[in-house]
Structures are given as C-alpha cells and as structure tokens.
Ligand binder design. Sequence first.
Ligand code: HEM
Length: 332
Amino acid sequence: MRVRPPGAPVPPAIVGTAAGTIFGHLVRMNDGPPHQALKPDITAAIDGVDRHRMVSEAVRLFTRSIGADIGGCNLDTVLFTLPVAVVARLLGAADPELQTIVEAVNDFVKCLPAHATPEAIAAADRGAAQLLGIFEQPAGRAGGLFSDLLRRAREHADIDSAAVAANAIGLMSQTCEATAGLIGNTLVALGRNPDLLALAQYNHDAIDTIVSEVVRHDSPIQNTRRFAVETCRVAGDTIAEGDAILVVLAAANRDPQANPSPHRLMPGRNTARTFTFGAGSHKCPGETLANSIAAVIVHELIAGGLDPSRHAAVVQYWPSANARIPRFAVAG
Ligand code: HEM
C-alpha cells in the first residue's frame, strides 16, 4: 500500500505549479527512498524543539495578536493562524514575515483536497510560491527547527535543499488544519462538559490530559488513504491493484477492543490507544508538538475568560473530507 495512487505522485491539477513542487517533496506524500531519506531527520528535528521555548513563543504570539480582548477575537482566525505562526517561529521565521507566511500556508493547504476548485488551486499556487521564496533562503534562520533540519539533511549527500525547504513548509501545512481542529474540538468538549471546564479553569495541568483524550474521542483528523500498487489482502479482504482504502482513524479510536467504553470522554485513561496520528512508517512526528500547542492556546483562551459553553451550544463544521474543525463564527 502506498500514500499516493500509482502513476499520480502529485495531483494532476497541481503538476508543474509551485504547489505541486512542494507536494512532490513532502515525506507525507512519498514512499520509499525519498521518505526514508528525510523522515528520520524531520522526526529528530521536531523532537529537538525546546518545549519551554515553544510555550513562551505561543504565549507571546497569543498576547500580541489577541491581548486581553478574548471576547472580541474571532476564534476561527485564532485556530487557523496561531498554531501555524508558532511553528513558523520555531522554524526561524521573523515576526515581520509571520502574517505573509500564515496566510500563504492557509492558501497552500487549499490545494490538498481532491475536490479543490480552480480558484483554490490558483490561491494555493500563489501561497506556495511565496513560501518557497521565503524558505529557499535559509540565511538568517540559524538556531531554529529549519536550520536544524537543514544541518541534519546535509549530513546525507543525496538530500537537496529544495526537499528540505518543501518539508519545512510541510510542517506548517501539516499543523494548520489538524491543530485548528484539535483546539476547536477541545473547546467544544469543555463547553459541553461543565465539570471538565471547571477542572481546566482551576488546574491548568489538566488541560494536557483533556487535549489528549479529545485527540482520541473527537479526532481532528478523521481518516487517511492508502492505494494498492499490487493486489494484496488486508484484514481478510482482497484489495485489487489500483484500489484505494479509506482508513478511518476516528473509528479505530472508538473500537471497544482498543478502548473500553470508547464513546465516553474520559481524560486520564491510562491505557488509551489512539490512532489519530496514524501508525507505522508514516506515523505523525508532530504528535507531542501538536498536543502542546493546542494545550497552551486552550489554556490562554480559558485563562483569559473565554466561555466555551457559549461557543459549543450549536457548532457547525468546516467542509472537509478528512478534518473535523468546528466553525465557531457561524455558531455565534
Ligand atoms: C492535531 C494535530 C495533528 C494531527 C491529528 C496529525 C495527524 C497526522 C496523521 C494521521 C499523519 C499520517 C498520515 C498517514 O499515514 O497517511 C500525519 C503525518 C505527518 N504529520 Fe501530523 N498531525 C498533526 C499535527 C502535526 C504537526 C504539528 C506536525 C509538525 C509540526 C506534523 C507533521 C507531520 C508530518 C511531517 C507527517 C508525515 C509523516 C510521514 O509521512 O512519514 N503533524 N499527521
């Protein structure tokens, strides 16, 4: 099984565009040598992020963009911008670049769904070109995740710097919708469970545990896909060459054989099995980072007086084939 259909390593609609260039290099979208060459470096670089630095950066950006005006902030904007800005800063981006980067990442991710419109693809291409322009120039980004990744990759002669730049951009695009969903779903969980909200308000450490259980119970990424390059058998079924499998990670999280009473939201389950971040060779390297970013932002919102119950009463969700992201502005 492979992560892309045989014969279409890059979606035909973006072949030859800047968006296609990034897509074609992503470890997420490759198997075999391109994946094996960079995945260990990406994992090691993310694992090397200093958690204290990440937390203080997230708090600083939160204060700078929202300040004390929690009631007046647009939650949807917070969800789609802050996590990307945090990862951009970890990559070594300077403050004046952040707005351009965050907008470009949000444009770039629009080309990822299979049903992307021509307008979305054009915006994605413009965003991708801006991001490549910024991240193909590693100068001035010393001491960050990007320079760490570049240093590690340069130890292998066969990795070109374009692949490193694309995957640095990939860290932000992987963060964007998934972490927005995780923060949003945590706010919904808090808004619907007064006891949990009280716990989060008085014991901020509990937010980490709540976020981890929301990851399982209300998975921000619901599914991923695999494509058969040869006829094979999966779980007793024959999968023909060229067939696609939709792997419903969110359903696996609710399998009673994996988690007793799976439909109950129970922070602190000590034997939780969570499939939200995938498994095997393509497992997400950003799990700890994503959970930490989500916990800090939820903490800042709650500590600043946000009342999640007001937002969780009627929630709509952004249209998406694989992500579950609340749309608060519509909910009111
Ligand atoms: C709640 C947030 C996140 C969720 C739910 C999530 C989920 C996933 C899943 C399910 C995969 C595997 C897809 C597959 O096997 O088909 C994946 C891959 C990946 N994720 Fe995440 N992710 C999140 C955040 C992040 C963050 C913050 C980063 C980095 C800063 C990141 C970086 C990556 C990368 C590089 C891959 C590709 C790994 C590979 O193909 O080997 N993710 N993610």
